[in-house]
Design a protein around this ligand. Structure first.
Ligand SMILES: Cc1cc2nc3c(=O)[nH]c(=O)nc-3n(C[C@H](O)[C@H](O)[C@H](O)COP(=O)(O)O)c2cc1C
Length: 306
């Protein structure tokens, strides 16, 4: 999670038994170095936005110098960055949004595929988690059974974790629920906006990228909370592009101030299940406990009704 997942959150996730990822995002060397320091030697990985990293591949060296547990590439073709990561012997995670991209990631030798559905917070595409995960699970079973699969998009409690395992995933990648944690780099105002929202109040849009003048490939939109900015510009993208200089300055100022009205709260549909800001370790422990109870109850029910 660009900006939100710094070293502190990544280290807390790893300490709780997960694998924490620093959100390298668009790639800012100074920020990245600072956040690896904040992880304080914890075994964490790092994620990058692939099309952006391709413009500044030297950032991979910065990540390598910090001995990352894994590198995640997401959004656009992982070639040739994947090759460098594999040559270095670092675990390669590819987050994909389509079966076509999953095939490509497998060709690149990904160790872990993250199948990201459209419910997800932040950037993504249109396929839903509920069908994308089992379809990619079948593909992996047939073509690369040693590759692990994580489900992403809409997983925020033990029910979601248990369901993902039932769909054929080996694990989950959790974004929004950990965005709403005490260790995340998120403004109090954005957290407050999320705590009062339902999943209905999110939307996928390109307006925030047009306003920030970020050259995202057209196929990707981002899920955010609806707000005044969205009400003003969503559906008026051409007009927004025409005034992007002016809007970019306003948007960046609002973003820097953590203002959930003038910029966007990046969060997924699962926001409707988030009602508190807990330590990341407690969130993970709660999810695992609930999923185990559900799976055990299910196993008992299956034994009782063969
Ligand atoms: C605030 C935020 C920022 C994100 N930034 C990135 C990013 O920089 N790179 C990336 O690959 N995915 C990013 N994502 C998407 C996550 O990797 C993940 O797919 C998603 O959060 C999973 O769905 P969920 O939000 O329902 O848990 C972001 C998600 C959020 C909520």
């Amino acid at each position: 999670m660009a900006f939100a997942a710094g070293g502190k959150l990544a280290a807390a996730v790893s300490a709780a038994g997960g694998l924490g990822l620093i959100g390298g995002g668009y790639g800012d060397a100074e920020w990245l170095a600072q956040e690896f320091r904040a992880a304080n030697g914890a075994r964490v990985g790092c994620g990058f936005i692939t099309w952006s990293l391709r413009k500044n591949p030297a950032l991979l060296d910065l990540a390598f110098a910090n001995d990352p547990r894994a590198i995640m590439l997401s959004f656009d073709d992982p070639v040739p960055l994947a090759e460098r990561i594999r040559q270095r012997g670092v675990t390669l995670i590819c987050q994909v949004q389509t079966v076509r991209d999953a095939k490509r990631a497998l060709e690149c030798g990904a160790d872990i595929i993250v199948a990201q559905g459209a419910e997800a917070g932040g950037h993504g595409e249109t396929r839903a988690t509920f069908t994308l995960v089992p379809e990619i699970a079948d593909l992996i079973a047939k073509t690369a059974p040693d590759t692990l699969l994580c489900a992403a998009g809409g997983i925020g409690d033990g029910r979601g974790l248990a369901a993902a395992l039932m769909l054929g995933a080996d694990g989950v990648l959790v974004g929004s629920r950990l965005w709403a944690s005490q260790e995340a780099n998120v403004s109090k105002r954005m957290h407050q906006a999320a705590l009062h929202a339902t999943g209905d109040e999110t939307i996928r849009s390109q307006t925030m990228d047009l306003a920030r003048k970020l050259p995202w490939p057209k196929r990707y939109t981002a899920r955010v909370l609806k707000n005044e900015f969205i009400a003003r510009w969503h559906g008026r993208e051409e007009e927004l592009v025409a005034v992007a200089d002016e809007e970019a300055a306003k948007y960046r100022k609002a973003w820097a101030e953590g203002d959930p009205k003038g910029s966007n709260t990046f969060v997924g549909e699962v926001v409707g299940l988030i009602r508190d800001i807990q330590p990341a370790g407690d969130i993970i422990e709660g999810m695992v406990r609930e999923a185990c109870a559900l799976l055990q109850a299910n196993a008992k029910a299956c034994r009782a009704n063969p």
